[in-house]
Ligand binder design. Structure first.
Ligand SMILES: Cc1cc2nc3c(=O)[nH]c(=O)nc-3n(C[C@H](O)[C@H](O)[C@H](O)COP(=O)(O)OP(=O)(O)OC[C@H]3O[C@@H](n4cnc5c(N)ncnc54)[C@H](O)[C@@H]3O)c2cc1C
Ligand code: FES
Ligand code: FES
Length: 477
């Protein structure tokens, strides 16, 4: 058993001995490694000032991802390469991304600049092309309050896709070998006076660890959990991490269903879900930022049970069911029955979510999911609505409609569903379903939206759905 967190820091082997289980990478970098180029802005994953790059072995070499060091816990980087802004230059020669930032006068307040550089560095290492949409996507998790985005976008255009090399090209074979050697070691178990961090390697070890310590908190990406430390100043004395359990990152498909491992990060699922339904791809692309999607998982989103979590409405509409496992065995539960009350789920002590299974939309199905938030990028929903139904000979069958943001949990709109069942595929049917929504929900007002705004928005979605579903194929854009 490995008792220290082992990783590569800017290409060199590093061991963090006796790091508290809830020690963030940002704190460790700034206070212990004395690498202060990585900044703290918001400490909640929003501003990107703390962006670092993580790399791990993939099928074709290293896979690079930007990550928010402020909400990343030390145990999560075991077996990974961590690159900070100090690690980019090759001796006296700046990295191509840094050179472009200088040439374009894109380096501004110095607080946000390291984060911008690191987001672009991750995109550079993944050989992304300099297309407007992907540049904006790469930078959506980095906030600049001095409105200096244009020169940064120019620097991205200059450096991405350029035929230049950086020092990680030559280092890659040695990095891969070192990371594979760490991966071959047994489970990580760090015991410190502040608590315990366990990272089992398979589901059996995971189930045993949870049975032995049912009070331990499960850690997937940490993009919800770590905020308990950084914002609420809570301590997490016992953590059991899912990141090394390969079975929980699996994706399986048959003719009717798709099964997603609970701990697969969103970035790993994006293309698959976009291919299944384009609006599901849009939903995922708008979930947090690349930094959040690099670590955040569907299992974490569902177990967190926020009424404004984005995944539940779409998955309920797609007949999602969860496979829950523990040392006692396995059970399956429909997703809509998993949410019991505000932030309360049917998960029992010692249990973990293994996977979510959904029914793939068929050729005669209509499916859509719409997230309504104040900002397009990097914002939480005020309302999120999803619908799926079949239409045969102009009649609606099997309607499933679910909303987030309209009640204490994500839930089905059963009266609206009943209004659509057996109804003709016509705008009037959608208007009746919209009217039935007041029987399904009595939303609350909060800082994101008033109750009235939520109800109007949700009803208006039926107009959008009706128009899309009744539009003749030749009129489609
Ligand atoms: C800046 C920012 C932006 C965000 N934007 C969005 C957004 O647009 N939409 C949205 O929906 N969410 C958003 N989130 C919230 C968060 O990213 C998601 O909810 C994410 O899916 C959580 O997954 P995780 O793996 O990080 O969970 P973690 O933080 O690791 O865990 C969350 C909870 O689930 C439990 N848990 C995790 N995995 C399992 C499992 N397999 N079995 C049992 N319990 C488990 C943990 O114990 C914990 O209680 C945002 C968060 C941040 C910080
Ligand atoms: S400090 Fe703002 S995202 Fe980490
Ligand atoms: S670069 Fe920091 S506010 Fe603009």
């Amino acid at each position: 058993m490995s008792s220290s967190v082992r990783f590569l820091l800017n290409g060199l082997a590093e061991t963090a001995v006796a790091a508290a289980p809830d020690m963030t990478v940002l704190r460790w970098l700034r206070l212990q490694a004395r690498l202060t180029g990585t900044k703290e802005g918001c400490a909640e994953g929003d501003c990107g000032a703390c962006t670092v790059a993580l790399a791990e072995p993939g099928p074709q070499g290293l896979v690079w991802r930007p990550a928010n060091a402020c909400i990343l816990l030390m145990g999560q980087i075991h077996g990974k390469l961590l690159v900070t802004v100090e690690g980019l230059a090759d001796g006296a020669r700046l990295h191509p991304v840094q050179e472009a930032m200088v040439a374009r006068h894109a380096s501004q307040c110095g607080f946000c600049t390291p984060g911008f550089v690191m987001s672009l560095f991750a995109a550079y290492r993944n050989r992304e092309r300099p297309q407007t949409e992907s540049i904006h996507d790469a930078l959506a998790g980095n906030l600049c309050r001095c409105t200096g985005y244009r020169p940064i976008v120019d620097a991205a255009r200059d450096s991405l896709g350029a035929e230049s090399a950086d020092r990680f090209d030559a280092l890659e074979p040695a990095i891969l070998e070192a990371l594979r050697a760490i991966a071959a070691q047994p489970a990580l178990a760090c015991e410190t006076p502040e608590g315990r961090f366990l990272a089992p390697r398979d589901k059996y070890e995971l189930a045993c660890a949870l049975a032995a310590d049912p009070q331990a908190r499960i850690l997937a990406g940490g993009t919800d959990l770590a905020l308990e430390v950084t914002k609420r100043h809570a301590r997490l004395p016992s953590l059991i991490a899912l990141g090394r359990v390969a079975a929980l990152r699996r994706v399986e498909e048959d003719a009717r269903t798709l099964t997603l491992g609970a701990a697969a990060p969103y970035e790993d699922l994006l293309e698959r879900l976009a291919a299944l339904a384009p609006t599901l791809g849009v939903l995922l692309r708008r979930l947090g930022s690349r930094q959040i999607r690099a670590l955040g998982t569907i299992g974490g989103n569902l177990a967190n049970a926020s009424p404004i979590g984005d995944m539940a409405p779409a998955l309920i509409a797609l007949e999602g069911s969860l496979r829950l496992e523990s040392a006692r065995g396995m059970r399956e539960i429909a997703l809509e029955d998993f949410f019991l009350a505000y932030r309360r789920t049917a998960l029992e002590a010692g249990e973990f979510i293994d996977s979510v299974r959904l029914r793939k939309p068929g050729p005669s199905d209509f499916f859509d999911v719409e997230k309504i938030s104040r900002r397009f990028d990097q914002d939480i929903s005020a309302v999120c609505g999803a619908i799926r139904f079949e239409s045969a000979q102009g009649v609606i069958r099997g309607a499933r409609i679910a909303f987030g943001g309209m009640s204490a949990t994500s839930a089905r709109a059963r009266h609206a569903e009943a209004a659509l069942e057996g109804a003709p595929l016509a705008m009037a049917s959608f208007a009746r379903a919209a009217a039935a929504l007041t029987q399904d929900f009595a939303p609350l007002s909060d800082h994101r939206a008033s109750a009235d705004h939520r109800m109007r928005t949700a009803r208006n979605l039926f107009v959008r759905w009706g128009e899309a579903a009744t539009r003749p194929p030749e009129a489609a854009p």
